[in-house]
Design a protein around this ligand. Structure first.
Ligand SMILES: Cc1cc2nc3c(=O)[nH]c(=O)nc-3n(C[C@H](O)[C@H](O)[C@H](O)COP(=O)(O)OP(=O)(O)OC[C@H]3O[C@@H](n4cnc5c(N)ncnc54)[C@H](O)[C@@H]3O)c2cc1C
Ligand code: FES
Length: 315
């Protein structure tokens, strides 16, 4: 399936490369707020399933979900069937949108994802989306560096298409433990000036981690976009901050409801007024300004957090 996200412009690579060089030192302006449409709940029929290394891509006919969806948003899928004890929905980043068909990439994890991976074409799943806030799209004139760990690259094909269409040059660093856990390397190649691949076991690309490659690419970037495991996000955010670059991270906190009700997915974030509070990653994220995320305090209850006293009193 082509992953158009509503964009059809072809990219002139030579021109984009020139632009990448020319734009290297131009900072991206602040990002305007994005107005998001309400999510819809649909009975989504699987159109096809495709193996992608250690993962599987599912394309689902989900009318209305992709209309206003943006890269960085996610969907939740009901799992286990109607009489299942698996009550909670499972979250997946949108990896593509093509009219009424949306796609996700699924890695085997526990019972919910195993159940999804047993589904095939024609099966119907309960799907809610699009959910959450997308990656911001700055106005034309900057060079974006996309950094992904494993299936964290899921939103990046659509993001690269949108950034190209808005006049940005794009480079990508894709890392994984092993070659079969890399994702979207070939899809991103025509959309980027540079794709750098790392694996921890050396089975593809350079041996090591994405953070080993960043010192070479950060000087040419004006903004960083990262999606992957939390330790990777934390390290990438620190490297971007050391270079004075804005960095947008998509976090993967455990979610129960996915719609802002249960507070399962909170993480400590610094607000515009300088005070910190627990913020819901399902509705206020999953994309955050990395400089505002208190990575060191995730999973803790810092004393200076707004409402921390009351929370302590209740535990
Ligand atoms: C915004 C977002 C985007 C995601 N995108 C993808 C994706 O594109 N592809 C993909 O394969 N997975 C993705 N995940 C992770 C995926 O949701 C979990 O792997 C899945 O919920 C695990 O369910 P399980 O029943 O297989 O495992 P279990 O461990 O049995 O899960 C039980 C519950 O634990 C929580 N949980 C467990 N692992 C995770 C995890 N890694 N992240 C978040 N919650 C977890 C969930 O709330 C789940 O309901 C994403 C998660 C979030 C929050
Ligand atoms: S998952 Fe329930 S509030 Fe975010």
């Amino acid at each position: 399936m082509s992953r158009t996200w509503g964009i059809t412009q072809a990219v002139d690579l030579a021109e984009a490369q020139q632009r990448m060089t020319a734009m290297m030192s131009i900072p991206l302006p602040p990002v305007p707020n994005v107005k998001l449409l309400k999510p819809v709940q649909v009975r989504a029929q699987i159109v096809h399933v495709r193996a992608a290394g250690a993962y599987r891509e599912l394309a689902l006919h989900a009318p209305g979900v992709g209309v206003d969806a943006r890269p960085g948003q996610f969907v939740t899928l009901g799992v286990g069937g109607e009489s299942s004890a698996l009550l909670l929905r499972r979250a997946f980043a949108l990896s593509g949108v093509d009219g009424n068909v949306v796609s996700v990439v699924v890695a085997a994890h526990g019972p919910g994802t195993r159940w999804i991976l047993e589904r095939g074409a024609g099966d119907v799943m309960d799907l809610i989306g699009p959910l959450g806030r997308p990656f911001p799209e700055p106005p034309p004139g900057g060079a974006a560096l996309l950094v992904a760990g494993g299936y964290g690259a899921a939103p990046f094909v659509g993001l690269a298409q949108r950034l190209n269409a808005a006049g940005h040059a794009v480079a990508a660093v894709l890392g994984a433990a092993t070659a079969d856990r890399l994702y979207a390397v070939h899809d991103l190649a025509p959309l980027t000036q540079v794709v750098s691949v790392t694996t921890e076991d050396g089975s593809a690309g350079r041996t090591g981690r994405v953070t080993d490659v960043l010192p070479e690419l950060l000087p040419g970037a004006s903004a960083v976009y990262a999606c992957g495991p939390m330790p990777m996000l934390r390290a990438v955010a620190a490297q971007a901050a050391a270079c004075g670059l804005p960095c947008h991270v998509s976090v993967e906190e455990a979610m129960a409801c996915g719609i802002g009700v249960c507070m399962t997915c909170v993480l400590p974030v610094i607000g515009d007024d300088g005070t910190s509070a627990f913020v819901r990653s399902c509705v206020d994220g999953p994309v955050f300004d990395a400089a505002k995320v208190r990575f060191d305090d995730i999973g803790r209850l810092p004393g200076d957090l707004h409402g921390a006293g009351a929370m302590r009193a209740n535990t």
